[in-house]
Design a protein around this ligand. Structure first.
Ligand code: SAH
Ligand code: F3S
Length: 448
């Protein structure tokens, strides 16, 4: 046992930092909740902590670089306090596994994406034995229900409904870090949601690496549309969103569910990655630019108020000016509300490794900048169209930048800011939009 536990009054302190996607944010909450059962409270700096955890991302090298830099920085802490426990969780832990322990002798714990429920037990083991521990079985079924949340904070919550990815996109490390697809049983999602609503949650974001293939392998093979239909009638639930959907698993049934179920927001995160068929083929994305455009047409025909967001990679190996132009055309033609644009980063273990990284960094940067500028124009135009209109907003609370102003989102995922005017987080209000910036709509509450 660590010396500090000898005093019954001593409260063990946890510092946890999260990198990457929403799934990681949720995973960190679950780890925090499990450690709270062992008496840990969260602190805001590594200096005060008895346990330091980094929940990591491997999607691009930069994300891993940040973790390496953090590990370098806290080396001194461990030297002065040998009872400190340092752990690496999540994708990078999964990818590098035991190598992390040899590369960073001050790291005690390496726990991959599928065994996070074991963190408390492993930390105890390390404290008792003073030996490092590793849990990185990629074949383990994710244990969905054993990890409690630390309690909800506000009206929004993430719920993971499937994990892993069975696809083989050439650039993507996720199938190697998160393993095979594994869906949470439908009734278990319903029960989890009911519990969250009892604690004041009004809007849920359903998470899955490949969410529109939800249900594979479950009894009766329910699909995502079935799950949405089961969640929609739950009393007190106002809104559902879900990420991330892949083009090849998109069905008419799902579009219809989005239109017909009142709680499901008309917003779809729908990565296309590249507008060039040649590049899409090399990426092993199972659609052409035209297939994608046809899906967008169907989405807009069946869900007339839908807004789309997307992910794009620039500088993928072999991407020439013509390929890039095809991506530009796609962005202009579809008119997304948001586009997340990434510069290609070689990931070890992916099939694209053999293609090298031939596109020069300045070319990647300039393609990135060009797309950002085009997208910003489109986003601003879409925000301007909202000026003078009334939008339903779910109040989230004080905005990050100006706490006297409240923020929230519209159903189509525009960020809106407004004076609180007596509203409280969780209220559904109508906001009259007075003006906008490229980032937000500004307005006033006009009815609630
Ligand atoms: N479907 C997954 C996608 C994870 S990666 C999920 O939602 O969890 C998120 C985005 O990062 C991808 O859509 C892709 O645009 C980008 N990305 C993935 N691998 C990349 C790489 N090697 N280089 C640059 N961007 C990458
Ligand atoms: Fe990655 Fe493609 Fe799956 S982007 S998460 S391998 S759908």
């Amino acid at each position: 046992m660590p010396i500090k536990c000898v005093s019954p009054d001593y409260v063990m302190k946890l510092y946890i930092e999260t990198f990457g996607c929403q799934m990681n944010v949720l995973d960190s909450q679950l780890v925090e909740g499990s450690l709270a059962r062992d008496g840990y409270t969260k602190v805001s700096t590594p200096d005060e902590a008895d346990l330091i955890l980094y929940n990591t991302c491997s999607v691009r090298d930069r994300a891993e670089e940040k973790v390496r830099s953090r590990l370098g920085r806290i080396r001194g802490l461990k030297e002065s306090r040998p009872d400190l426990v340092i752990g690496i969780l999540g994708c990078m832990a999964q990818r590098e596994s035991g190598k992390l322990l040899s590369a960073w002798p001050h790291v005690d714990l390496v726990c991959g994406t599928r065994e996070l429920h074991r963190v408390p037990e492993l930390v105890r083991e390390i404290q008792e034995s003073r030996r490092p521990a590793k849990a990185t079985d990629i074949r383990a079924d994710f244990v969905f229900d054993t990890m409690p949340r630390p309690g909800v904070d506000g009206p929004l919550a993430y719920v993971s409904v499937m994990r892993g990815c069975d696809n083989v996109c050439s650039f993507c490390v996720v199938p190697r870090t998160r393993g095979r697809e594994n869906s949470k049983p439908l009734q278990a999602v319903v029960d989890e949601l009911k519990g969250l609503i009892d604690q004041g949650v009004k809007e849920v974001m359903l998470l899955g690496q490949n969410i529109n293939s939800y249900g594979k392998g479950l009894p009766g093979e329910p699909d995502l549309a079935d799950l949405l239909a089961a969640l929609d009638p739950i009393p007190g639930l106002e809104r559902i969103r879900f990420v991330t959907s892949n083009p090849w698993d998109m069905t008419e049934k799902l579009f219809r569910a989005m239109e017909e179920l009142p709680t499901v927001c008309e917003y779809l995160h729908f990565p296309f990655q590249s507008g060039s068929d040649r590049i899409l083929e090399s990426m092993r994305r199972d659609y052409t630019a035209n297939d994608y455009l046809r899906l967008v047409d169907r989405a807009r025909a069946l869900v007339p108020t839908i807004e789309l967001a997307t992910d794009i990679i620039v500088g993928y190996p072999g991407e020439d000016d013509e390929d890039f132009e095809a991506t530009v055309r796609m962005v202009r033609e579809v008119e997304f509300l948001q586009a997340y644009i990434f510069k290609y980063s070689v990931r070890p273990g992916t099939t694209a490794v053999r293609l090298g990284d031939p596109v020069p960094i300045p070319t990647k940067k300039s393609r990135n900048r060009i797309l950002l500028e085009i997208q910003d124009e489109i986003t601003l135009r879409k925000r301007k169209e909202k000026v003078g209109q009334t939008e339903q907003v779910l109040v989230e609370g004080p905005s990050k930048k100006v706490p006297e102003i409240f923020s929230g989102r519209t159903r189509q995922n525009h960020l809106a800011v407004f004076p609180p005017d007596g509203t409280v987080p969780g209220d559904l209000v109508d906001v009259l939009v007075a003006d906008c910036t490229p980032r937000v709509l500004r307005g006033e509450v006009c009815s609630r």
